[in-house]
Design a protein around this ligand. Structure first.
Ligand SMILES: O=C[C@H](O)[C@H](O)[C@H](O)COP(=O)(O)O
Length: 230
């Protein structure tokens, strides 16, 4: 992946090194996980690594195909050995914000099905408190836009319907739904917000990932990687 930073490459390579033949994998979405998929493709080609993966998005599916990574679904493989994925923010307790690429709903399904959920980041991702650097992505049924926007305002935040860069109108997720980015200026109680959002009709899922990460691999620009077990 020539455009990825050295830090992302380091995290991606370290993640691929955790993989053993016979494993079932969750294949995450984003630029950091793309480095891991490329490294896995190289191991398949050079070492005959025997794996099968469940992709978390159409983008991940296409990348996996490019790297000759065999694919399956959670219909056929109920548990995964390892899920590899990126994050937008990681707090000191290993709680995450994900979904800058609007893939968080499938990513959460896959992470939840995995024995280990390995999060690949670079030094720009660790934060003291979630929700300052990135808004919280919320995938919604389009007709629930008004109620969800009002909920975010009641929570003291600012909702923004995500608009397409390459098309007019809202970004459409892989599920055909819309994304509202909740600008919250800090999430002081992620567990309470998680419960509130999970209780709101019309929300399919949101980008708070709590109690899911088991390992954080943080790549550095010099090629070293810090492995934190959560
Ligand atoms: O929807 C996108 C995903 O949650 C990504 O895993 C996340 O945004 C991190 O992406 P990147 O590795 O490109 O920073």
């Amino acid at each position: 992946m020539p455009n990825a930073s050295a830090a992302k490459q380091a995290a991606g390579t370290a993640a691929a090194d955790l993989v053993e033949s016979g494993m079932t994998l969750g294949l995450g979405t984003g630029s950091t996980t793309a480095c891991a998929l490329e490294a896995l493709g190289t191991r398949i080609q050079n070492d005959g690594l025997d794996i099968v993966g469940v992709p978390t998005s159409f983008a991940a599916e296409r990348l996996a195909n490019q790297h000759d990574i065999p694919l399956t679904t959670l219909d056929d493989v109920p548990r995964l050995d390892l899920a590899l994925d990126g994050a937008d923010e990681v707090d000191p307790e290993g709680r995450l914000i994900k979904g800058r690429g609007a893939a968080h709903t499938r990513e959460k399904v896959v992470a939840h099905a995995a024995e280990r959920f390995v999060v690949l980041i670079d030094p720009s991702k660790p934060v003291d408190e979630l929700g300052h650097a990135f808004p919280l992505p919320i995938e919604i049924v389009p007709m629930a836009l008004g109620p969800v926007q009002r909920l975010i305002e009641q929570l003291g935040g600012h909702p923004e319907l995500r608009m397409g860069a390459a098309k007019d109108g809202p970004v459409i997720s892989d599920q055909g739904l819309w994304i509202v980015d909740a600008h919250l200026d800090g999430i002081t109680d992620p567990e309470a917000l998680n419960r509130t959002l999970n209780d709101q009709p019309g929300i399919l899922d949101h980008g708070l990932f709590l109690d899911l990460a088991t390992d954080i691999l943080c790549g550095e620009a010099n090629g070293s990687v810090t492995h934190t077990v959560v």
